[in-house]
Design a protein around this ligand. Structure first.
Ligand code: AHR
Length: 660
């Protein structure tokens, strides 16, 4: 008898497994189209930008010369001396007394009759050069009395073959910027730039620079257009900059100071990048911040891509994972003044002190900045007291500016609870929470905000990314499992848009040969770039944002993981469409029976975008950049219902027109 029961069980076991799914299939998922429950902020999905992984220097900032002003800790890092065995030579001269922001320059001396002499720049892990593209070389130079040195500039490929060249003769005894443009005749991802010197005497050089012509919006010496395009395609609600821990710096001396990043390029005081030697397993000692991508450029970028600018400022605290230095409270004023001056720089009239500087930089109209962040990932009472001082000063002068504050690196635990309690007491506006956790955490936390206090502060989900191994592991992958778990989590963020006002994945960019942190949203090398599976999840949410949240319930409950299903719904008043987002994290397909309850007429067809992969470990790559990317199809409605098979491990977005 026992055996018979066992045989019976074994033969019916597969059906037992599918019964709940079958039941699910017939269970209607009801969307109450005419009863929106919350407003979705235009800022809901945005971008977190930090100069980590060569995101700015060597990345979006299109400068190809590394250490152009000889200010790295080792002045000739990135440069190689060509033909050193002569009396010809290079001398590094320091004029810090008269030029503290840009103290060093190089003096090249040539003796006629000696073998030729030159300097060769390696670029940022090579220079990406494109056939037929125009390149703009520039240098600040002065000839010494009686000198007549000529500069031969040449691009060479990986084998040393010349692929482009020009000649330049500085003609003044005073510092002057010289420029020459030329066209490259071959494509090379790892080119070098050689500068040969010919003639008699000495020439001083500084700010040796090379930019491609095809920058974003063709701005001279601007940004890499393919990388900006990937950002613009996200249609982000905000751009947070410049980080991240980079705001804090390893110590206070190396904190990010926005005033040092605006104005003439040669006056932007270079400092070390705090990710330079952060990880023993991924050292990048040649990582510095030239600030070619400075605060004006960040504001301009935000404007270009239609995002609200969201600067984060140092609050008198260096990175608490590093030195944890803090400035004393009685010396906090200059830090607070930086915040007040930034607001004037962004929003002040063209005649105001800082508005004037913005105008001189070419932007007389205010940037209309609405948010400012005080501190990045700080914790402890030392943060709260510094935040309070900032908040008091900012609110007194600029009551309409919304202040972003934070709860530290972890989304739970003692420090998190302490910060959350204190910030509630202080009536904080918007609080930044960070989540770096495994995919299971993201699936489970689709309900995180369902029971958050509706009377307290709003949430900025400011940094999140599922970690396939563990946080900071060099083996992390932005694989489909991670991306799918983020999509499930994001349905919870959207469902709770009355509390969650802003969200951004982090980090944003990574150079394939120079990264420190994995996973990242967008990867690039010197010529190419691609969005990860995670990027396409972000893009689908952001491009299909909607303006209000609609209830979407099965048996009166939101889908938060029942049978591996997660869902949220929105209405977009701009396009008059219902937007459904459905995640099936089960390894089997499931049929969704969606009923749209509305007095209005609906279109008979809908557009559907599906992101999926057969293997949860799959990733996009340079060779297969769109392996996991959305596929569009059409869905036919049955009256006001949609019966739709959701593929295994898939994320789907469905857009249905409301006709009137
Ligand atoms: O996103 C990478 C880092 O993670 C950020 O700089 C920091 O805020 C967090 O610890």
């Amino acid at each position: 008898m026992k055996n018979k029961l066992l045989i019976l069980f074994i033969s019916f076991a597969p059906f037992l497994v599918t019964i709940p799914l079958f039941a699910q299939k017939n269970m209607p998922l009801i969307v109450d189209v005419d009863k929106p429950v919350a407003v979705i902020q235009p800022t809901m999905w945005g971008i977190f930008f930090e100069d980590i992984n060569f995101a700015a220097d060597g990345g979006i900032y299109a400068e190809l010369v590394k250490n152009r002003s000889f200010e790295f800790a080792r002045p000739l890092m990135g440069w190689k001396i060509l033909k050193p065995d002569t009396t010809n030579g290079v001398l590094i001269i320091n004029r810090s007394e008269t030029n503290p922001a840009n103290p060093r320059f190089a003096r090249i001396t040539i003796v006629p009759g000696e073998a030729s002499f030159g300097l060769s720049n390696a670029g940022f892990r090579g220079m990406g050069i494109k056939k037929g593209m125009t390149y703009h070389f520039s240098v600040q130079a002065r000839q010494l009395e009686g000198s007549t040195l000529k500069m031969h500039i040449e691009l060479v490929n990986n084998q040393g073959k010349m692929i482009g060249a020009t000649v330049l003769v500085p003609d003044s005894k005073n510092w002057k910027k010289y420029s020459e443009s030329f066209v490259a005749d071959a494509t090379e991802p790892k080119a070098r730039m050689n500068v040969w010197f010919e003639g008699n005497g000495s020439v001083d050089i500084d700010m040796v620079s090379l930019f491609p012509d095809d920058t974003w919006k063709n701005r001279p010496e601007g940004l890499r257009s393919d990388l900006v395009q990937l950002l613009a395609d996200l249609k982000p609600g905000f751009l947070r900059f410049p980080g991240g821990c980079i705001v804090e710096g390893r110590d206070l001396a190396n904190r990010y100071q926005w005033k040092n990043t605006v104005g003439k390029i040669e006056d932007r005081h270079l400092i070390v990048n705090r990710w330079n030697t952060e990880f023993a397993h991924r050292q990048t000692p040649d990582y510095f911040q030239s600030f070619g991508m400075g605060f004006f450029e960040y504001f301009q970028l935000a404007e270009d891509i239609g995002a609200e600018p969201l600067p984060i400022l140092n609050c008198g605290m260096a990175c608490e994972f590093n030195t944890a230095e803090v400035v004393t409270l009685d010396q906090l004023d200059p830090y607070i003044q930086d915040a007040l001056d930034l607001i004037e720089f962004a929003n002040g009239p063209a005649e105001s002190s800082w508005g004037k500087i913005r105008t001189q930089l070419g932007h007389s109209a205010p940037f209309n900045m609405k948010y400012i962040g005080v501190g990045n990932e700080q914790w402890g009472p030392q943060y709260i007291e510094r935040y309070e001082a900032f908040a008091k000063a900012i609110k007194e002068r600029y009551p309409d500016i919304k202040i972003i504050t934070g709860t530290g690196p972890s989304p739970s635990g003692k420090d998190f609870d302490f910060a959350a309690k204190e910030l509630k007491k202080l009536n904080a506006n918007i609080v930044d929470e960070h989540y770096y956790a495994n995919p299971e955490w993201f699936f489970q936390n689709a309900t995180r905000y369902d029971n958050y206090d509706r009377k307290s502060y709003k949430i900025f989900a400011g940094e999140y990314a599922a970690q396939s191994k563990f946080t900071c592991s060099p083996d992390n992958q932005g694989n489909w499992k991670c991306a799918l778990s983020e999509a499930a989590f994001m349905t919870g963020l959207e469902r709770n848009a009355d509390v969650v006002y802003m969200c951004s994945y982090a980090p944003l960019f990574a150079h394939a040969d120079a990264w420190q942190w994995k996973p990242d949203l967008i990867w690039f090398d010197n010529l190419k770039s691609f969005g990860t599976a995670n990027y396409y999840v972000q893009k689908l949410f952001s491009n299909n944002k909607g303006t209000t949240v609609l209830p979407m319930l099965m048996e009166n409950k939101p889908l938060t993981g029942q049978n591996g299903l997660y869902a949220s719904a929105a209405f977009d008043k701009n396009s008059n469409e219902i937007i459904l987002k459905l995640v099936n994290s089960d390894e089997k397909s499931q049929t969704a029976n969606i009923v749209l309850v509305s007095k209005k007429r609906l279109g008979s067809k809908a557009r559907m975008f599906v992101l999926k992969s057969e293997d949860l470990n799959n990733v996009n790559s340079m060779d297969q950049p769109t392996l996991i990317s959305p596929v569009e199809s059409e869905v036919v409605l049955k009256g006001k219902s949609i019966i739709q098979v959701l593929a295994p491990n898939s994320f789907s977005v469905i857009r249905i027109k409301v006709l009137q």
